[in-house]
Design a protein around this ligand. Sequence first.
Ligand SMILES: NC(=O)c1ccc[n+]([C@@H]2O[C@H](COP(=O)([O-])OP(=O)(O)OC[C@H]3O[C@@H](n4cnc5c(N)ncnc54)[C@H](OP(=O)(O)O)[C@@H]3O)[C@@H](O)[C@H]2O)c1
Length: 344
Amino acid sequence: MRALVVRRYGPPEVLEMQQAPDPQPRPGEVLIRVKAVGVNFADLLQRMGLYPDSPKPPFVPGLEIAGVVEKAAEPGAQDHGENFRPGDAVVAMTDFKAYAEWVAVPSIYTYRLPAGMSFNDGAAIPANYLTAYEAIITMGNMQPGQRILVHSAAGGVGTAAVQLARARGLFVFGTAGPTKQEYLRRIGVQHAIDYEKSDFVEVIGKYAPGGVEMVMDPIGGKSWEKSYECLAPTGRLVAYGFSTVASSDGKQDRIRAAKAMMQTPKFNPLDLMKKGAAVIGVNLGQARSRGDHCRSELNDIFRMYAEGKIKPMISKTFPLEQAAAAHQYVQERKNLGKVILTVK
Ligand SMILES: NC(=O)c1ccc[n+]([C@@H]2O[C@H](COP(=O)([O-])OP(=O)(O)OC[C@H]3O[C@@H](n4cnc5c(N)ncnc54)[C@H](OP(=O)(O)O)[C@@H]3O)[C@@H](O)[C@H]2O)c1
C-alpha cells in the first residue's frame, strides 16, 4: 500500500509518499480501506517532533479515519457488540498510522458510520468532537445558561466546541484571528473576539462581569494564566493543547517551546480552593484508552448529528498525496473548521 511517511522531524515537506507493507491485522483488529483521514493540529506537532508519545521517524502520522471494513476481526474477538463485516462503513481512531491507504485498528476503537453520514464528516468527528465533549459535558458538566470562552474557536476542536456549547444552551464567547470573525458568528459564537484588536481578559471583564464558567484553552503558556483570570467562581479552565509551541515555519523551535514552558502557570490547590475554580486537563488519548467510554460519548455525538445539532465544517479537502500542502494550510492558520485528506 501507499502511506505518507515522516522521514525526519521538520516542515511539511518531510512528509513523503512511500510504498509500505500492507498492514496485517492482529487478533481483535479490523482491517480498513481508508476513504478519508482527519487532519489534526496534533499531526503537525507529530511531524515537528513536538507531540508527546510521537514515534521516532520514520513513521506514519494521523489519528482518525473513515473507511470500509475489508476484513473483520476474527470471530470471538472483543467487538463491543458491533459485529463488523466486510463492506461495513466505519469511523476509527488510530494510534498514528492514519495517513495511509489501509489501516488495521482494534475493533474497540472502530465505530459504525451512521447512515447518511459521509466519509469526510465521519473522519472529521472523533478527535474534534470527543475533545469538546470531554471538556464541556463529561468533565466540565456545563449547564444551560452558563458562559464559555472558546479559544481558537474557528479551528477544528474550536468549531466542535462552539456547536456543542450552543446545543447545550451555553452563551459562547470565541476568539480567533481577524479574518475569521464572520465565520465565528456563522457557527454560533454570540460574542466574537478578534485577538489582534482586543485583549480577551478585558472583553470578558466588560461583557461577562464576574467571569465565565468555562474557558477552553488549547494555546497554553501565558494564555492559560490569562484564561484563568476570566473564570467566575465555580469556573473551569480546560487545558487541552499547547499550540503556542508551533513555529510558523513548521520547524522544531526549542527556544520557543522553552519560553512557553516558562510562561506556563503553576496552579496551587490552595489558590484554586480560594477562588473556587478548577483546572481540567483533557487528553483524548486517555479517553480513548477507556474504549466503551468513548463509544458512549460518540453515540451521543452521532445522535446530535442526526438531529442536526452539530455538523463538521469542512474547510478544505486534499488528496492524500498532498498531505504536505494540507499541513501547510493548517500551519498558516487558513483552516475554518476541519481539513480532510481523501483517499482513492
Ligand atoms: N488534548 C487533546 O486530547 C486534544 C485533542 C484534539 C486537539 N487538541 C489540541 O487542540 C488544539 C486545536 O486542534 P485542532 O486540530 O482543532 O487545530 P485547529 O484549531 O484547527 O488549527 C490551528 C488553529 O490554532 C490557532 N493557533 C494558535 N496558535 C497557533 C500556532 N502557533 N500555530 C498555528 N496555529 C495556531 C490558529 O487559529 P487562529 O488563527 O484563530 O489563531 C489556527 O488556525 C491544538 O492545540 C491541539 O493539539 C488536543
